[in-house]
Design a protein around this ligand. Structure first.
Ligand code: ATP
Ligand code: MN
Length: 477
């Protein structure tokens, strides 16, 4: 390559040297100033064009969205807000963009509009900043775990087992939908299907990660998971990326310590490495909040909020304590909650989680020791016989960001639980084997990567922190 990135150019000392950059035009002002961006940084490089030096047909092709190669002299900038600029002496148009039809014009577009142009929205400052932060965060995830002695484990995407209970999985099949083979009872005969059994896209890699933790010690998955739940919210996707560490010999306390340290670690990483993008996103958020009523504005700006998380302990509270707080809370007494809390055992809705985090504690909260009845079968039963060693981490503006637990390692207790819930042992024979051979205390959690990106970027909708979102009725691109 004879060209260098705009990020590099912007930190190069101008000595009237010849440089070449490639990028897309953000704006072209007064037939003279091209703001060029190549995605390497939020900042553009200004290319100054002497229009007498170029032919008119070429200049006509320079409009927002066009891809250019610009060669010129790197000089100290005359304008404000930039250190260097390029005095263009050669411009090559890789590809023009017709201003009549190019949808991404240099003005504010709504997020809804941009979702319909998901293939082009990465050309906006906001999406480029979000996706650079997303990339940095995923690197930070691998770095954190590698630095802490974990092995990266690839859980299968197609699964024959259902970790969380049926009803919300995507079926994987090669059978003819119109004319599937049937059993004598008239059911679809999955024996004739590709795998010889019913299979689905995974909702979680946890069960398989447990098997690997019981040999490698500490493992983590970081891959796509799929949920066919019809929750059309700003916090749910049908396809999302989940981070699931699983650790042998960790109890629930060690699990909570790890989760807290992990979140702080990856957020510190982006604070250190994505300063420019975060500053841009912070300003964007402040501008957006100006349009909201005072009561809905957040008390902290984005970077301050991230630093607050990194510098303060998460509050650890049992489910039972949380229920007491909620029961006696104003919105509960005044019946402002959609679901009023009156009894121990109630499942917490996002309105309750957000009350605890945003109004009551005003910091991230780890709730633990939940009623067994509202949690999954594999969570370890406490001595009281009615709560399990589960923990959820609740974040301001997000609600649940992590769900985890200490796993039931006792064969007899696990069997009893599965029988109670009508989970057939044949389906999870291998999972039970783990309790027969060298079983041990172990724990893990699942963190929805997009919820983390939402938090780190201050974006409002989970559809805007993943490149091509999949949600009910939407799988374009
Ligand atoms: P919620 O109650 O918010 O639907 P959940 O209890 O179903 O979450 P878990 O099954 O514990 O979540 O999954 C672990 C983590 O995965 C959650 O804490 C969350 O961060 C993330 N997550 C769960 N479902 C989704 C989804 N549909 N889209 C994006 N992230 C999700
Ligand atoms: Mn869910």
């Amino acid at each position: 390559m004879d060209s260098i990135s705009i990020k590099e150019i912007l930190s190069t000392a101008p000595k009237r040297q010849q440089v070449t950059v490639n990028g897309w035009v953000k704006t072209f002002r007064s037939n003279r100033f091209i703001a060029l961006n190549d995605g390497s940084t939020i900042h553009n490089v200004q290319c100054v064009v002497d229009f007498e030096q170029f032919d008119e047909d070429l200049l006509k092709q320079i409009a927002s969205g066009a891809a250019l190669k610009v060669t010129g002299t790197l000089v100290e900038s005359q304008g404000r807000g930039q250190s260097v600029e390029i005095q263009a002496n050669d411009i090559f148009v890789h590809g023009p963009a017709d201003p009549e039809t190019y949808p991404i014009q240099p003005k504010k577009h709504s997020m809804e509009f941009l979702r319909e142009k998901a293939h082009l929205r990465i050309r906006t400052n906001t999406f480029a900043a979000v996706m650079r932060v997303r990339s940095a965060l995923s690197f930070a995830v691998h770095k954190y775990f590698t630095d802490n002695g974990f092995y990266y484990f690839h859980a299968p995407i197609i699964t024959g087992s259902d970790a969380e209970g049926a009803g919300e999985m995507f079926r994987v099949t090669t059978l003819d939908c119109k004319n599937p083979p049937l059993t004598e009872d008239g059911e679809v005969d999955h024996k004739e299907d590709f795998f010889g059994k019913e299979t689905n896209l995974t909702v979680s890699g946890q069960l398989e990660a447990e098997a690997y933790a019981m040999g490698l010690g500490k493992v983590y998955t970081f891959g796509p998971t799929f949920r066919a739940e019809n929750s059309n919210t700003s916090r749910h996707l049908a396809e999302f990326w989940m981070i699931e560490p699983e650790m042998a010999f960790y109890d629930l306390n060690a699990n909570m310590d790890l989760a807290e340290d992990f979140i702080k670690g990856v957020l510190s990483y982006v604070l250190e490495n994505c300063a420019d993008d975060l500053a841009f996103l912070e300003k964007r958020l402040l501008d957006e909040e100006k349009t909201k009523p005072q009561a809905e504005r957040s008390e902290m700006a984005l970077i301050e909020k991230l630093k607050f998380i990194v510098d303060n302990n998460f509050k650890r509270v049992t489910y039972t304590e949380a229920i007491d707080i909620l029961r006696n809370s104003k919105p509960n007494k005044k019946k402002k909650f959609q679901y009023v809390i009156d009894e121990w055992g109630a499942d917490l809705q996002s309105e309750h989680e957000r009350f605890l985090v945003e109004k009551h504690f005003k910091c991230p909260v780890i709730l633990f020791d939940y009623p067994a009845k509202i949690k999954a079968f594999y969570m370890r039963l406490n001595e009281d016989g009615k709560t399990v060693r589960a923990m959820d981490i609740l974040f301001p503006g997000i609600g649940e960001i992590v769900g985890g637990s200490q796993r039931e390692e006792r064969l007899d207790v696990l069997r009893e639980k599965m029988a109670e819930l009508d989970i057939p042992e044949e389906e999870l024979w291998w999972y039970l084997d783990l309790r027969k051979f060298g079983t041990a205390v172990h724990s893990g959690f699942g963190l929805g990567f997009e919820r983390l990106v939402l938090f780190a970027t201050g974006m409002g909708n989970i559809r805007d922190v993943i490149p091509f979102p999949r949600t009910p009725q939407n799988a374009e691109f």
